[in-house]
Design a protein around this ligand. Sequence first.
Ligand SMILES: Nc1nc2c(c(=O)[nH]1)N[C@H]1C(S)=C(S)[C@@H](COP(=O)(O)O)O[C@H]1N2
Ligand SMILES: [Mo]
Length: 199
Amino acid sequence: MGIVSPGFQGRRRTGTPDLPPGQYLVEDFPVLSAGPTPRVTPDRWEFVITTETGDEHRWSWPELMALPGETPTVDLHCVTRWSKLGTSWEGVSLDTLLADVDTGADYALVHSYGGYTSNLPLDDLRDGQAWIVHRYDGEDLPPEHGGPARLLVPHLYLWKSAKWVRGIRLTDQDEPGFWETAGYHHYGDPWREQRYQGD
Ligand SMILES: Nc1nc2c(c(=O)[nH]1)N[C@H]1C(S)=C(S)[C@@H](COP(=O)(O)O)O[C@H]1N2
Ligand SMILES: [Mo]
């Protein structure tokens, strides 16, 4: 026996520096969808950013594919307590998509095909923190994980990463999305365990 007892590592032996409080590691990739999987094919897909003044910036699938791509490797943290570390994606940075968008808005409300929404501050989509991703682990993104394309904003709980993403509306006021209306935290920082309103 060493001098330091295993109890010093905490009640659960899940402690790793990459694991936020209250989370456990998974190796598989769970699917969490609040409704049926919308079938959106790339030929009908489009992505729209609408500013607070109503200006619309649209990308078809070929237009998205023509933009410079990035290959982020990131950790995912779901509010239901599973975390998956070191996931590899390919997509377009929101910095690229927002580059020509003239806005003074502070908030973003993300919309999905199928009606799902989630909200976050616009600053959390900037500075290399968020992507529209269309490939996962070297393959086209499967429909159940949000294909053809989803938002990926890994520094917040995964419910913010809207699957089947369709557009982002920029607003002056913070408007709650689907889970935020149901009592989840407006911001959702996993390192501060912002799971529910009031956390
Ligand atoms: N459009 C849409 N996006 C969504 C959801 C959803 O139900 N619909 N669920 C969210 C939640 S709660 C989580 S944890 C993640 C799950 O992503 P995954 O199914 O790829 O693991 O997607 C998020 N994005
Ligand atoms: Mo979730």
